[in-house]
Write a protein that binds this ligand. Structure first.
Ligand code: DX5
Ligand code: ZN
Length: 230
């Protein structure tokens, strides 16, 4: 069974003290931070821009997984890449020329991700699978943390993982929204290996305990699945 990573989403952290907040999740198992960028147009909420991303980068060892919930992506991809984003994920629904935008991300030196909303079909990314390093399956409607996981995302992950296997592709499958100790193992068992968690980590007082709990829940599932196949 493939390995998994938990990605703390700083949307749920205290935005007045990101440096201290990042230190609370600085555990060996955490490789990436998930960074939610919102523009108030694509989603009904506003967060922050490339300048904040550059400051985060300067103060952390974490790789940054930047989830752009914004329109006019081509105008901003260069700035987020220059700010140090390691992965830049854009929404299939937010750009008219998805393939061009994905190519721009790679051209600027970041890994290219494409996200799809709960109502968007996998068919919408069918012809850009060559151009991506990661697919983000949204398990809530983007814009806010703390929403309930939409179970249909599991089937979508399963279908995508099966397609990946059949076509011998190697993109990462990421899931974002409503991930907790119950849904994380379900998403992993369905085929996702990057598991984003906001409230289930930064919403808790003891972040280490929160990460350990999520990690244990998925690890138990991983071992269960492994015993089925060996
Ligand atoms: C939602 C964001 C998520 C959010 C998840 O639009 O894309 O990354 O931080 O938050 P939780 O884990 O609280 O659902
Ligand atoms: Zn996100």
């Amino acid at each position: 069974m493939s390995n998994f990573l938990l990605l703390p989403s700083i949307l749920a952290a205290d935005h007045g003290q990101f440096i201290a907040e990042m230190a609370t999740v600085d555990l060996p198992a955490v490789e990436y931070l998930h960074v939610d960028v919102m523009d108030g147009h694509f989603v009904p909420n506003i967060t922050f821009g490339p300048k904040v991303v550059a400051s985060l980068k300067a103060h952390t060892r974490f790789k940054l997984d930047c989830h752009l919930m914004i329109e006019k992506v081509d105008d901003y991809i260069p700035a987020f890449a220059a700010a140090g984003a390691d992965i830049i994920t854009i929404h299939a629904e937010a750009t008219h020329h998805l393939q061009r935008s994905l190519a721009l991300i790679r051209e600027k030196g970041a890994k290219a991700g494409v996200a799809i909303n709960p109502a968007t079909s996998l068919e919408s990314i069918r012809w850009v699978l060559e151009d991506i390093d990661l697919v983000l399956i949204m398990s809530v409607n983007p814009g806010f943390g703390g929403q309930a996981f939409i179970p249909a995302a599991l089937e979508k992950i399963r279908v995508l993982a099966e397609q990946r296997r059949k076509e011998n592709r190697h993109f990462i499958i990421e899931v974002d929204g409503g991930i907790d100790a119950r849904t994380a193992p379900q998403a992993y068992a369905s085929g996702a290996e990057f598991l984003v968690a906001g409230s289930a980590i930064f919403g808790k007082k003891d972040r280490r305990a929160a990460i350990a709990k999520l990690h244990q829940a998925v690890e138990t599932e991983r071992q269960k699945l492994q015993s089925l196949y060996t």
